[in-house]
Each structure stands twice: as C-alpha cells, then as structure tokens.
Design a protein around this ligand. Structure first.
Ligand code: IPE
Ligand code: IPE
Ligand code: MG
Length: 246
C-alpha cells in the first residue's frame, strides 16, 4: 500500500516535531537491554529524516535528550552520548546528499566535550544546506529555554535596549533557542504516552498533536506518512469558527 499518494504536497506541515519515545520498552519486549533499544532508535531517526526530506518538509525537530534525562543510570546516559557521536559521524553523508542543515537546541554546553565538538563540526559542515533544517533537541528543556529568554530580555531592559511595553511574541521568539524556526504545526509522540515532557511548550501553542502507540524503533516512513495524512484532515481554526475559514 502506497499511502504516500494520499499526502497533499501543497499542504505539508512547515515544522514537524517528534518526541521519540519507547526505546526502552521496545528492547525490554525483546528481552534485551535498554541500550539495544536506543541503538535501534537511531535507525528510525535515519528513516524519518530521509522521508521528511523526500516529502519536502522544511523543518524537522527531534527530541533526542531532555534536561531530565540526565537523571538516568550513568551507563544509559553514556550509551546515548556515544550513539550521538557515532550517528553524527555516520550520517554526515546522508545530510549532505539530502541538502539538510543540522542545528541543535538545548543546553549544549553541558554535553560531553566529544559530543559538543562533533556536533559543531556537523553543524558547520551542513550550514549552507537549505532543503531542510533538522534540529536536534539535546539536553533540552523548555522551561530552561524560557528562563534563559527571560534573563536575556531582562538584561536588555535593564540596559535600555528593549522597553518593557514593547515586549511581544516576536521579542520572546527571538530569545528562544528556536528563534529561526516557525511554530510547530505537527507534534508527534510515539510509545503511547500522552504528555509533552517539557518539549517546546511555547512553540506548540497551536500545534496539532498526534499520539501513536508505535514504539520509536518500530517507527517507519509509513508511520510518518500516516501522521501527515491525519494532520491534513484536521481543521486548524486558530480561534476562528469553521464558517470563517471557508
Ligand atoms: C526514548 O525512549 C529515548 C530517550 C528518552 C532518550 P525511552 O528510553 O524513554 O524509552 P521508554 O520510554 O523507557 O520505553
Ligand atoms: C522524553 O521522553 C524525552 C525524549 C524523548 C528525549 P522521556 O521518556 O524522557 O519522557 P518521560 O520522562 O517519560 O515523560
Ligand atoms: Mg520514555
């Protein structure tokens, strides 16, 4: 079944964000260690990045590691960091072939030095690409992002660069890690959990939410197509009535 034909290429979400969840449970179901789930999760990342670029989605943001995930067992955190470096090294060609620009959001300075330098290298090597922007949320927490933006804006107010009465949505947007990205249109979460887990709280204000029971390592291109088909069936009213839209 070729469901890709059911996608309207003229009404694609401009920004898709994914909470890639369920690696641990996927591995447990197979009687394997959680880290085995993370290894297989990277294959799903590759499939979804390629499918998004093929479709023509302009912005894809993936939640790879939250500020809260630092609380996990040391071995698991180390494995996740190691997988990050190896996938970045391995996928640089995929990024170049598909003209994908890599970006990262989060408290990047808290990443291990090796991850940080590899990340900067790939960001630098792909910065001219303009077909799609792939943003990795790494050591990312939305509340931390908002706290940082409030601090930066406060300093500018104190130094008379911004006056308080001029603070509006665009000023807030400009002080978020996501300053160059449009609002999220479609937010996907795998694994059956129905929560946001501190991801892009401001940016998903009007996103369509799509929850699926599929565990992340099982997520295929077809699952992505299904989510977009569902998105395209929704009526996005942004506060207006249905009649006003037609
Ligand atoms: C998502 O899978 C990967 C990360 C959060 C890094 P999990 O590791 O959360 O898998 P579950 O939720 O325990 O199954
Ligand atoms: C959210 O998943 C973070 C990532 C997918 C990176 P978690 O598995 O950490 O979320 P909670 O803790 O179950 O809400
Ligand atoms: Mg989880």
């Amino acid at each position: 079944m070729d469901i890709i034909k059911d996608i309207n290429r003229k009404a694609l979400p401009k920004h898709v964000a994914i909470i890639m969840d369920g690696n641990g449970r996927w591995a447990k179901q197979k009687g394997m260690l959680r880290t085995f789930g993370h290894e297989n999760g990277t294959k799903a990342v590759k499939r979804v990045v390629e499918a998004s670029a093929e479709l023509g989605i302009k912005n894809l943001t993936l939640y790879a590691f939250s500020t809260e995930n630092w609380k996990r067992p040391k071995l698991e955190v180390e494995t996740l960091m190691r997988l990050l470096v190896s996938s970045l090294k391995k996928e640089i060609k995929t990024l170049k072939d598909n003209r994908i620009k890599l970006c990262a959001i989060g408290s990047l300075k808290t990443l291990p030095a090796k991850v940080y330098s590899e990340l900067l290298e790939v960001i630098n090597a792909t910065k001219q690409n303009s077909h799609m922007t792939l943003t990795l949320a790494l050591s990312y927490g939305s509340r931390e992002e908002l706290i940082n933006s409030v601090k930066e804006i406060s300093i500018k107010v104190k130094n008379n660069i911004i006056s308080p009465e001029n603070i509006d949505e665009s000023i807030i947007n400009e002080h978020l890690y996501t300053q160059n990205l449009p609002d999220v249109d479609l937010l996907i979460r795998t694994s059956g959990e129905k929560r946001i887990s501190n991801f892009l709280l401001w940016q998903i204000a009007y996103a369509e939410l799509y929850f699926t029971n599929t565990l992340w390592p099982d997520f295929t291109k077809e699952h992505l197509y299904e989510s977009i088909i569902e998105y395209q069936k929704r009526e996005r009213r942004f506060g207006k009535t249905s009649e006003q839209l037609s």
